[in-house]
Design a protein around this ligand. Structure first.
Ligand code: ATP
Ligand code: LTN
Length: 339
């Protein structure tokens, strides 16, 4: 008997759904801004997490590289502590109900609603040679992800607020036309969670798809690469390690250092009083490397046994399908499909 997601979500534990695209190597920004919270939420919520590979092909992917990235993202999520005994972690394309419900929801999403999405406008501009239909209907698939599991809460960054709002509209519209099927999800902004900025342009967020590799720390960067990238991080012309307006580079490094060491900003200022940027950057680099060391070790362990890894992602997909297939069946019945 497979372990299954409780159905419906146990009333005392709200269900959380979130997903991340395997569109590149996960960064320190993903880790401190999202994944650490994903891990912590496992204790208090009924968590369902996904590697959103269907979403990732809205941008052209090279097949062999893409396959590797999906697998690595899955293993890396486990390595940061997403415990598949406590929650569910699955690869989106292994649960065909996502694509099936996405179609039904696309037929309940208006052209005008999709055309207003800023992510669509941004990605159409940055991938002008491939403005495909999937890029346009991306939010209907995202709504399907969330609604299949009747999630109450969806932890998201600011850039996904518009998509979540549209998921709510789609759920309400469907429920209104066909009768109550879906839980209308709420956005969830975790108490803790830092926004990590680019090391090369601290006005921009650290992003896994940045063309400049020195702008981000990938979770699998070896210690010496981390230390080197930190050494090259953009700061300012002063020498004093203190948090202040106009010192975006230093503020960012202090935030990172604080997140990985647990020290507050005052303590950090005191620690580096009179010591200059060079020493500070070296300490930040070493602290990050230290934090990531166990993650990298666990990642290597998972990747060294592909058979065991496959067993886990198959089981997890089954677990997710148990709930997804029930919700899809309910929705299809309401629409009037012959079952
Ligand atoms: P891409 O470069 O492909 O757009 P990304 O690195 O910007 O990707 P997303 O896949 O859009 O990341 O985001 C995944 C999760 O990580 C989201 O919850 C997002 O809020 C969070 N996240 C991404 N970048 C940062 C960052 N620099 N600081 C904090 N959180 C981040
Ligand atoms: N679009 C999101 C990833 C994503 C997601 C979801 C987030 C896909 N499906 C469902 C929350 C809920 C992104 O690019 N960050």
């Amino acid at each position: 008997m497979q372990p299954q997601i409780n159905e419906p979500a146990a009333p005392e534990r709200k269900r959380i759904f979130s997903a991340i695209q395997p569109s590149g190597m996960l960064t320190l920004g993903n880790y401190l801004g999202a994944l650490k919270n994903w891990k912590d939420m496992l204790d208090d919520y009924d968590c369902v997490y996904s590697v959103a590979d269907l979403h990732a092909i809205t941008v052209r992917q090279e097949p062999a590289k893409f396959r590797r990235q999906v697998l690595e993202t899955f293993a890396l999520l486990m390595a940061v502590g997403i415990d598949t005994e406590k929650g569910t972690l699955f690869i989106q394309s292994s649960v065909p109900e996502h694509a099936q419900l996405a179609w039904i929801l696309a037929c309940n999403t208006q052209f005008g609603e999709l055309a207003r999405m800023t992510q669509f406008k941004d990605k159409s501009a940055s991938h002008a040679d491939n403005i495909n239909a999937g890029l346009f209907t991306y939010p209907s698939l995202q709504a399907a992800d969330i609604l299949l599991y009747n999630a109450h809460l969806v932890p998201i960054g600011a850039d996904q607020k518009q998509h979540l709002e549209l998921s709510r509209t789609i759920a309400e519209r469907f429920n209104h036309f066909y009768g109550p099927v879906f839980t209308v999800p709420e956005p969830y902004i975790p108490k803790m969670g830092a926004k990590v900025m680019s090391l090369q342009d601290p006005a921009k967020k650290m992003s896994k798809s940045d063309a400049n590799q020195n702008a981000y720390i990938a979770l699998l960067d070896p210690p010496e690469v981390i230390v080197r990238k930190l050494k090259r991080a953009v700061t300012d012309s002063e020498t004093e390690v203190r948090c202040a307006e106009g010192k975006d580079g230093i503020n960012n490094l202090m935030t990172i250092y604080s997140c990985v060491t647990g020290k507050n900003l005052k303590e950090i200022e005191a620690e580096f009083d009179g010591r200059g940027y060079g020493e500070f950057k070296a300490a930040v680099g070493e602290a990050i490397a230290e934090e990531l060391r166990p993650v990298q070790r666990r990642f290597s362990e998972y990747m060294s046994d592909k058979g065991a890894l496959e067993k886990i992602y198959r089981e997890q997909a089954e677990k997710a399908r148990y709930t997804a297939s029930r919700t899809l069946a309910k929705a299809m019945k309401k629409v009037g499909f012959i079952r």
